[in-house]
Design a protein around this ligand. Structure first.
Ligand code: NAD
Length: 481
C-alpha cells in the first residue's frame, strides 16, 4: 500500500509479522525536499518491544541451529531480492531522506553487496585447535554472541541497518533493530527482502519508537547480549553507560570531525577537487565527511579558488529531479545547525566565500558553503558540522597541522594529500583516526574495517573485523576419558 506521494505505509516487523504498534501511536514522516508529511511511522509500546525480545530469543535458537549452508542460501536470496528492488528502495530513500536518486539507488545496490561479502566471510569464521597435553583436546571456538539490539540513524537509511543486520545474521545471531523514525520505509523495505527470502520468524525484528524508551528497554533486557549503535557521540556515551550497568558489550560507531591536511608538496587543485567532491556527498551528512580543511599557506589561495569553483558547480535540488547532485539536509535540526554554525563563525570574523544561506524555497536546503578566516574558537572547528560546510584553515608547518588535526576528542576519519612517501608515512603514524585516506577521499568498502578511536567509538564494521563483536570466543579443553 502506498500513499499519494508514492510512499509506502510503514509497519514494524515483529516475530515474522508486519504490525502497527499496540496503542496506534505514530509520528509523522517528512519529505525534507518539500517539508510535506508523506507518512506515519508506528511507535512501539513496551509490550511490542517485549514481543520483539521474546521473538529474538526464540529466533536465536532457530537460527543458531540452522546449518550454515541453509543460512547462506536464505541470505543470498535476500541479497538478490534487494538487488532486484534497488530502484524502488532508492526512490523511497530519496523521498524520506532527500539524497539524490543516484546516491540512493547506489546505496541500495551497494548494501546487497555488503550482505554478500559478509555471508562469504562468515563461512570462514574458523576457531582453532591448540597443541596440548596428550589425551587433551584444546580448542578455541567462535560462537554467536546472542540476540543483538541495534540502533541506526537516518543518514544512510539502507547502509546503516545493513551493516548491523549483515554482521548479526551471518554470525548466527538474531537481532532487534530500531531504525530511524525519520527514514523508516527504507529499513522496512530491506527487512522485507529477508522476510520474503524465507528468514525464519524472530531472527530479524524491526521496531520504531521513542528512541530513549526503546534503547533503555532493549539494553536492560537480559535477552539482548550486544548493543550496536551508530549515531552521535552524546547518545553513544549514554547507551554505553546504560549497557555498562548490566555489563553488556557495545559496538559504538560515532561521529567525527575529519581533518584534511593538504601538505606543501601536494597538488592543490587536485586536492581541492577530490575533497570538495567528498564534502558534498549526502549533503555532508556522513560520519567520515571531510570537515576541517588544513591547507599549507603556500597553496591556500589556489586550493580555495578551486574548492569554491567545485562547490558552486554542485547542483542543489530535490533528489528526485534529474541532474541533482546535492539534496536538502535530512531534517530541520541539521538545517538549524548549519544556520547556527555559519552565523557563529561569521560573528567571530569568518568570511563566507560561497553559500552560507538557505535558498529561498521550501525544503531543508542549505547551499554548499566555503568559509575562510575561521577563528580557532568558532564552533564549526570543534563541533561536527554534519552538513555542507567547508572551513579552510591555513597552516605553516606540518607539526602545527598535526596538532590541530589531533586536538579534538574525535578520531574517526582523516585525510592527507602529499606527494612524498615519507610525509605519507608520517601522516599514517601520527594522525589519530581509525580511517585514513591519502591523496583521495574515497568512501568505505566492504572488505576493510571502519571505526573510530577516542570519542568516535570502538569496534569495527566492515572487513573480517566486523564479526568480532558478534562472536564470542570460547576456550574448550577436553580431557579424553
Ligand atoms: P541525535 O543524537 O539526536 O540522534 C542520532 C541518532 O541516534 C538518531 O538516529 C536517533 O534516533 C538516535 N537516538 C537518539 N537518542 C537515542 C537514544 N536515547 N537511544 C537510542 N537511539 C537514540 O542526533 P541527530 O540530530 O539525529 O543527528 C545529529 C548528530 O548525530 C550529527 O551531528 C552527527 O554528529 C550524529 N550522527 C552521526 C552518525 C554516524 O554515522 N556516526 C549518523 C547520524 C548522526
Amino acid at each position: 500500500m502506498t500513499t499519494d506521494h508514492g510512499y509506502p505505509a510503514v509497519r514494524m516487523y515483529i516475530a515474522g509479522e508486519w504490525c502497527q504498534g499496540g496503542t496506534g501511536r505514530t509520528a509523522p514522516i517528512v519529505n525534507p525536499a518539500t517539508e510535506e508529511v508523506i507518512g506515519q511511522v508506528p511507535l512501539a509500546t513496551t509490550a511490542d518491544l517485549d514481543r520483539a525480545l521474546e521473538a529474538a530469543e526464540k529466533g536465536f535458537r532457530t537460527w543458531r541451529n540452522t546449518s550454515v549452508a541453509k543460512r547462506t542460501q536464505i541470505l543470498h536470496a535476500a541479497a538478490d531480492l534487494l538487488t532486484e528492488r534497488a530502484a524502488e528502495v532508492g526512490r523511497i530513500m530519496t523521498l524520506e531522506q532527500g539524497k539524490p536518486l543516484a546516491e540512493s539507488t547506489g546505496e541500495a545496490r551497494r548494501v546487497a553487496d555488503t550482505l554478500r561479502w559478509h555471508i562469504e566471510d562468515a563461512r570462514r569464521a574458523y576457531g582453532r585447535i591448540i597443541p596440548s597435553a596428550p589425551g587433551t583436546v584444546l580448542t578455541v571456538r567462535r560462537e554467536p554472541v546472542g540476540p543483538v539490539a541495534a540502533f541506526v540513524p537516518w543518514n544512510f537509511p539502507a547502509g546503516g541497518p545493513m551493516r548491523k543486520i549483515s554482521s548479526a545474521l551471518t554470525a548466527g545471531c538474531s537481532i532487534v533493530i530500531k531504525a530511524s523514525e525519520e527514514t523508516p520505509a527504507t529499513a522496512a523495505a530491506l527487512v522485507a527482502c529477508f522476510a520474503d527470502a524465507g528468514l525464519p520468524a524472530g531472527v530479524l525484528n524491526l521496531v520504531f519508537g521513542e528512541p530513549a524508551e526503546v534503547s533503555a528497554h532493549l539494553i536492560a533486557s537480559p535477552i539482548t547480549r550486544l548493543i550496536a549503535f551508530t549515531g552521535s557521540v552524546p547518545v553513544g556515551k549514554l547507551l554505553a553507560a546504560e549497557a555498562g550497568k548490566v555489563m553488556k558489550p557495545t559496538l559504538m560507531e560515532l561521529g567525527g570531525h575529519a581533518p584534511v591536511i593538504v601538505c606543501e608538496d601536494a597538488d592543490p587543485a587536485i586536492a581541492a577537487r577530490r575533497a570538495a567532491q567528498a564534502k558534498f556527498v549526502n549533503a555532508g551528512q556522513v560520519c567520515t565527511s571531510p570537515s576541517r580543511f588544513l591547507v599549507h599557506e603556500s597553496l591556500v589561495e589556489e586550493f580555495t579558488a578551486e574548492f569554491v569553483k567545485a562547490a558552486e558547480a554542485v547542483v542543489v535540488g530535490d533528489g528526485l529531479a534529474e541532474g541533482t547532485k546535492m539534496g536538502p539536509l535530512a531534517n530541520e535540526r541539521r538545517l538549524d545547525a548549519m544556520i547556527r554554525l555559519t552565523g557563529d563563525a561569521v560573528a567571530k570574523g569568518a568570511k563566507v566565500l560561497t553559500g552560507g544561506e538557505r535558498p529561498d524555497r521550501p525544503g531543508y536546503f542549505f547551499a554548499p558553503t566555503v568559509l575562510t578566516d575561521v577563528p580557532a574558537n568558532a564552533d564549526l572547528l570543534h563541533e561536527e558540522p554534519f552538513g555542507p560546510l567547508a572551513p579552510i584553515v591555513p597552516f605553516t608547518d606540518l607539526d602545527e597541522a598535526l596538532r590541530t588535526a589531533n586536538e579534538l576528542p574525535y578520531g574517526l576519519a582523516a585525510y592527507g594529500f602529499t606527494r612524498s612517501a615519507a610525509t605519507a608515512e608520517r601522516l599514517s603514524d601520527e594522525l589519530e583516526a581509525g580511517i585514513l585516506s591519502l591523496n583521495h577521499c574515497g568512501g568505505s568498502v566492504h572488505e576493510a574495517p571502519s571505526g573510530g578511536v577516542k570519542e568516535s567509538g570502538y569496534g569495527r564494521e566492515g572487513g573480517p573485523e566486523a564479526l568480532d563483536a558478534y562472536l564470542i570466543t570460547k576456550r574448550v579443553s577436553h580431557l579424553l576419558a
